[in-house]
Write a protein of this length. Structure first.
Length: 480
């Protein structure tokens, strides 16, 4: 385990934090001012278990249920997998979140991954404010689109041509459409537990919220839609070889999360990704890396840099937009030139490449490129310290806990053995995870509200945050 002293030394020598000084926001939505005010929170100290106020969040949940199914606009936010009332957040700075009741939380989910610089990074905030002052959307081409694309291509040379969209779902859906046109084939190979957005054909044995709620697919998706999707176990090359032999000259593409994040963090087995590349090249099949989660996080060039892999197509999102809705798909010129207006594959989006998302993306990706030699070692060190520190606390408490980490994404699986695929992840003790999550939340630690979601570290996390997290985990394990 990395020692606290080593972390402090690294922090002192690391100048990349100098540009990440955070400021506070004081404004609240108008409807909060009319609500009963709880007693003032004892910030910045971590609150004891009994002190966490929830009244305002409960009122806001009831209000939201009048408008949204389950009171949410994305299912996992409902906290159904972990129990309790979901806090309603009102602001964030650095590594911290605040809810409507004034509770402060140390954040380990980072808006599901994008906030690698921490929340409200000043350079990103300034860039968005300046862009907004010139207009929020034009529906026409802007110079900033190529500015961000140039930065993306520095990090991902395999993306010879790309197109910006507004969500990871759009990116994966569009990439598959182009791959089918390029190959003239219909079948898509995906892997169990990998989540590629909520397009109909990709919800077969998906991860993320689909796994969280134990749904095998989704109602409303006709069998005819998914009959061209083959879902195989992750990390099983023999299954891939068998599928290619059985469906010779029928497979258009293979799409994969190179490190699974939507069934918890599941690394690829040694040689697995290289074998996928060899099999797809041999069969003339397009290999699509879904790096929506891993892009810019596992390395500047994502998993393909970390594992020395050259895909045909790549999908990006999350960090790409610096916290704003932005994603991209891209790849080889001969594939991407099939898109309209050059080719017959249609894809469009009113807000694709909008100036606010471009500004946030340029500020975020530009920072990562400029400081890459310091950013990624720092993320690696802090992530190892917190992941291994909590694992050690679990061992000392006699709690079965498997820790899996790649770079600054990790999962604590509540089971003993290593997890290599979705079936293994599903054997985790979900009740134990739910208890752990609730006790950690009560102590001011915000973890992803599902066993089947990866946690993330940002540049704003400090050695003291690591120490606080380990101490909270010890308390949680003692309560289990």
């Amino acid at each position: 385990m990395v020692t606290s002293k080593a972390l402090q030394t690294s922090q002192q020598d690391n100048s990349c934090r100098e540009d990440l000084v955070y400021h506070r926001r004081r404004s609240l939505p108008l409807y909060l001012h009319s609500m009963p005010k709880p007693s003032a929170p004892s910030r910045p100290e971590t609150k004891p278990l009994e002190a966490r106020q929830q009244d305002r969040s409960r009122l806001l949940q009831h209000r939201a249920e009048r408008f949204f199914p389950g009171g949410v606009n994305s299912p996992v936010r409902a906290f159904r997998a972990v129990g309790g009332d979901p806090p309603f957040l009102t602001r964030a700075e650095g590594a911290y979140l605040w809810d409507a009741d004034g509770n402060r939380y140390l954040d380990y989910f980072g808006s599901w991954g994008p906030m690698i610089l921490g929340h409200a990074a000043p350079s990103v905030v300034r860039a968005v404010q300046e862009a907004a002052s010139r207009g929020t959307s034009f529906g026409a081409s802007t110079p900033s689109e190529a500015d961000l694309a140039e930065l993306v291509q520095q990090a991902f040379p395999s993306m010879e041509r790309m197109r910006f969209v507004s969500s990871g779902t759009e990116a994966t859906m569009s990439a598959i459409r182009v791959a089918r046109a390029f190959t003239g084939r219909k079948l898509v190979v995906k892997f169990e537990g990998c989540y590629h957005g909520h397009a109909d054909a990709l919800l077969v044995k998906a991860g993320s919220g689909v796994a969280t709620f134990g749904i095998p697919g989704s109602a409303g998706v006709p069998e005819e839609t998914v009959q061209h999707t083959l879902a195989l176990p992750f990390n099983d090359i023999a299954a891939v070889e068998a599928a290619f032999a059985h469906h010779k000259d029928q497979i258009a593409c293979v799409i994969v999360e190179p490190v699974v994040g939507n069934a918890g963090c599941i690394p690829p087995a040694a040689g697995y990704l290289a074998a996928l590349r060899e099999i797809t090249q041999r069969a003339g099949v397009v290999l699509i890396l879904d790096e929506v989660m891993t892009g810019f996080r596992l390395a500047l060039g994502g998993a393909q840099e970390r594992y020395n892999l050259q895909p045909d197509m790549t999908c990006l999102g999350k960090i790409l937009g610096g916290g704003l809705p932005c994603a991209a798909f891209g790849g080889r010129v001969e594939i991407m030139q099939l898109l309209a207006p050059l080719g017959p594959v249609y894809q469009a989006g009113t807000l694709s490449g909008n100036p606010l998302a471009m500004a946030a993306g340029i500020a975020t990706v530009g920072y990562l490129i400029e400081h890459r030699e310091r950013v990624y070692p720092q993320l690696e060190m802090i992530s190892a310290a917190v992941a291994d520190g909590v694992a050690q606390a679990a061992r000392q408490a006699g709690i079965a806990l498997g820790t899996q980490r790649v770079g600054s994404m990790f999962t604590w699986f509540f089971q003993a053995g290593p997890v290599t695929d979705y079936a293994g992840a599903a054997r985790s003790d979900l009740a134990a995870f739910a208890t752990f999550h609730r006790v950690m939340l009560d102590q001011g630690l915000w973890l992803p509200p599902s066993q089947f979601e990866a946690a993330f570290v940002s540049l704003a996390h400090t050695p003291q945050d690591v120490a606080d997290t380990i101490a909270a985990a010890r308390h949680a394990f003692a309560a289990m």
